[in-house]
Design a protein around this ligand. Structure first.
Ligand SMILES: C[S@@+](CC[C@H](N)C(=O)[O-])C[C@H]1O[C@@H](n2cnc3c(N)ncnc32)[C@H](O)[C@@H]1O
Length: 238
């Protein structure tokens, strides 16, 4: 089977990079920029076409970007600002304790072997180094979650349905016509305990509200404007 990220790299790049996506422009990239170390070497794991890597490079960091999909790596090389490696988060071709920081932005929800991937982050980040970890919020973006407007009840009720939060699940989601992407849902404690087990200490957490540019494009989400879509975690390597 073709890797969905190889097959759909062009879709991702057109819809979510290079200024196309308000969540990246207004929220994700500024949040990462505000939490980067001031100097050193940064590894961007699952870098896509490199939009996070470019922000890090622009702030003066020495950046290595890694992705398994050649169609992401080749576009990333054209767009510039980082040294590129084709590879997987579960087996990083990077020496032990050789980077000052790692960033994983919207990647591990697509990776089956979570514990291997977290172990690899912990192996390559030097003691005292930083790990920035961004996820689709695992509590509030569970499969089956969403805004419910129940007009059958008296009085009518509107609420956010959580879905099957505690059930770990792999889903092939049709995110757009004929674009299927594999997602792994896990409860939040799986991510946190996995990170703690590998010597990563949580030092900051953010659950930002969806930014205005996203709400302007997604009126169906407007009533759920206080339900975060993103989870941001900053760890320190012990
Ligand atoms: C949603 S995109 C995010 C790209 C980039 N981090 C960004 O925020 O712009 C997910 C990326 O994860 C990559 N990916 C999927 N499986 C991976 C793995 N096992 N190791 C590293 N990256 C992986 C995909 O190729 C894809 O580029």
């Amino acid at each position: 089977m073709t890797d969905p990220w190889e097959a759909h790299a062009a879709w991702w790049q057109a819809e979510f990079t290079d200024g196309a996506d308000p969540e990246y422009v207004e929220q994700i990239l500024p949040l990462i920029a505000a939490n980067l170390p001031s100097a050193g070497r940064l590894l961007d794991i699952g870098a896509g076409e490199g939009q996070v890597a470019r922000v890090a490079a622009a702030s003066g960091l020495d950046v290595v970007a890694l992705d398994p999909a050649w169609r992401q790596v080749s576009v990333g090389q054209e767009r510039g600002s980082a040294a590129w490696v084709q590879g997987s988060a579960t087996s990083l071709p990077i020496a032990d304790a050789s980077v000052d920081a790692a960033v994983v932005c919207l990647v591990f929800e697509h990776v089956a072997a979570l514990d291997d991937a977290l172990a690899e982050v912990a192996r390559v980040v030097r003691p005292g180094g930083t790990f920035l970890f961004l996820l689709n919020h695992p509590l509030l973006q569970t499969p089956g979650s969403g805004w419910i407007d129940d007009q059958m009840l008296e009085p009518p009720e509107q609420y956010w349905r959580i879905g099957e939060y505690l059930t770990e699940a792999m889903t092939d989601e049709e995110v757009e016509k004929e674009v299927f992407i594999t997602f792994f849902h896990r409860p939040l404690h799986r991510y946190l305990n996995g990170a703690f087990a590998h010597g990563l200490r949580l030092v900051r957490m953010e659950e930002p509200a969806p930014p205005p540019g996203f709400l302007a494009r997604a009126p169906e989400y407007f009533a759920a404007a206080t339900v975060p879509r993103l989870l941001f975690l900053r760890f320190e390597r012990v």
